[in-house]
Design a protein around this ligand. Structure first.
Ligand SMILES: [Ca+2]
Ligand SMILES: [Ca+2]
Length: 301
C-alpha cells in the first residue's frame, strides 16, 4: 500500500496498555441507561487487548478506549479481532472525531446481532449509509478500513467487503474500541441482554495498525492478509438523513414525546420496520430517531 505509512502498530505484547497509543479510557454512564463504562474493563494479557462487557450486581459495565486526542485526517486502520457472542451486548470499532464532538462517525465494525452472524459498517454522513456484512465476528478476522478523500473501503481478511463514497469525513478522526450493552428498546440491535447472555462478553484484539495517508510515499503498511472466503454484503440501505432532519424539525412536540409504536424488527434491515408498501415512512422513522435523541443525546435509528 504505497499510499499509507505506519503511525503505530500495537500487538499488545507488553504487560499493560500502551497509553502512548491509547490516550483515552472511557468512564461514566452511557446515555441509554443500560451500562456504564469503566476503565478497569480494559486489560492487556497474553498478547491480547481484552475489552470486557460484564454483568456486575444488577447492572452492566463495559470497557472502551480511544486514541483521542490523537487523530488524523484519512488513513488506514487494520486490526485482528473477535467479538464474543452475547444477546444484548455489542462491540464497536470506529472512527470518531478527535475533538470528541459528534459530527462524523464511521463504524468500521459494529455488531448488531448477539449471535455475531454479521456486522454493520456505517458512515453517519448525508446520506447516512449502512452496509451489513455477513461475517462470523465471534471468530478471528482481520479487518481493514482505508479512508481516503471521498472513499471508505472495508476489507475483511483481505477481501473487499464494503465501500462508501458519499459524504466521507474530512476532519481529524480517532480510532475507538468500545463495548456496549443495549437497552430493551434498542430493537435495531435486537434489544437488551436476556437469560442467554453470558456474564462476561469479551472483545479481543490481537493487534492494531494505524497508518497515515501519504499518497505515493507509503512504507508498505497494511498489506492485505491472505485471501479468504469473500464476505457477502447482504443488504445496503441508504436512508436520507437530510429528509429525516427535515421531518424532525417539523414534528409536533406531542409526536416527539410519544413512544414509538411497538416494532417487530428485522435486525439485518432495520428500516424494514418503517416500510409501507415498500417505501420507508420517513415520518415514523424520524419520530423514532428523535425519540432516541431525546433519551440519549445522540442521533441514531
Ligand atoms: Ca475480559
Ligand atoms: Ca497480539
Amino acid at each position: 500500500m504505497a499510499d499509507f505509512s505506519t503511525v503505530f502498530f500495537d500487538d499488545f505484547n507488553g504487560g499493560s496498555l500502551d497509553r502512548g497509543n491509547w490516550r483515552t479510557l472511557y468512564s461514566g454512564e452511557y446515555g441509554n441507561g443500560a451500562f456504564a463504562w469503566q476503565p478497569n474493563q480494559v486489560s492487556v494479557h497474553s498478547g491480547i487487548l481484552d475489552v470486557s462487557i460484564e454483568r456486575q450486581g444488577g447492572g452492566w459495565v463495559a470497557g472502551g478506549l480511544s486514541t483521542i486526542p490523537e487523530g488524523q485526517v484519512y488513513g488506514s486502520y487494520e486490526f485482528r479481532a473477535r467479538i464474543e457472542e452475547g444477546q444484548g451486548t455489542a462491540g464497536v470499532i470506529l472512527l470518531w472525531p478527535t475533538n470528541n464532538t459528534w459530527s462524523d462517525e464511521v463504524d468500521i465494525v459494529e455488531t448488531h446481532r448477539g449471535d455475531r452472524q454479521g456486522f454493520a459498517f456505517t458512515n453517519h454522513g448525508n446520506p447516512w449509509e449502512t452496509q451489513y456484512i455477513g461475517t462470523d465476528v465471534a471468530d478471528w478476522h482481520t479487518y481493514r478500513l482505508d479512508w481516503t478523500p471521498g472513499n471508505l473501503t472495508l476489507y475483511v481478511d483481505g477481501q473487499q467487503a464494503g465501500r462508501m463514497t458519499h459524504d466521507v469525513p474530512d476532519q481529524p478522526m480517532s480510532l475507538g474500541i468500545q463495548g456496549h450493552v443495549l437497552a430493551d428498546s434498542e430493537w435495531w440491535y435486537g434489544g437488551g441482554p436476556n437469560g442467554s447472555t453470558p456474564g462476561e462478553v469479551n472483545i479481543e484484539v490481537d493487534w492494531v495498525r494505524v497508518s497515515a495517508y501519504t499518497p505515493g510515499r507509503g512504507d508498505g503498511a497494511s498489506a492485505p492478509a491472505a485471501p479468504a472466503a469473500a464476505p457477502v454484503a447482504e443488504t445496503v440501505v441508504a436512508p436520507v438523513v437530510e429528509t429525516v432532519v427535515g421531518v424532525v424539525n417539523t414534528v409536533v412536540p406531542d409526536a416527539v414525546a410519544s413512544a414509538p409504536a411497538p416494532i417487530v424488527a428485522d435486525i439485518d434491515d432495520p428500516w424494514s420496520a418503517f416500510r409501507v408498501n415498500g417505501q420507508v415512512d420517513w415520518a415514523a422513522a424520524a419520530a423514532h430517531v428523535t425519540s432516541n435523541f431525546e433519551s440519549t443525546g445522540q442521533w441514531f435509528i
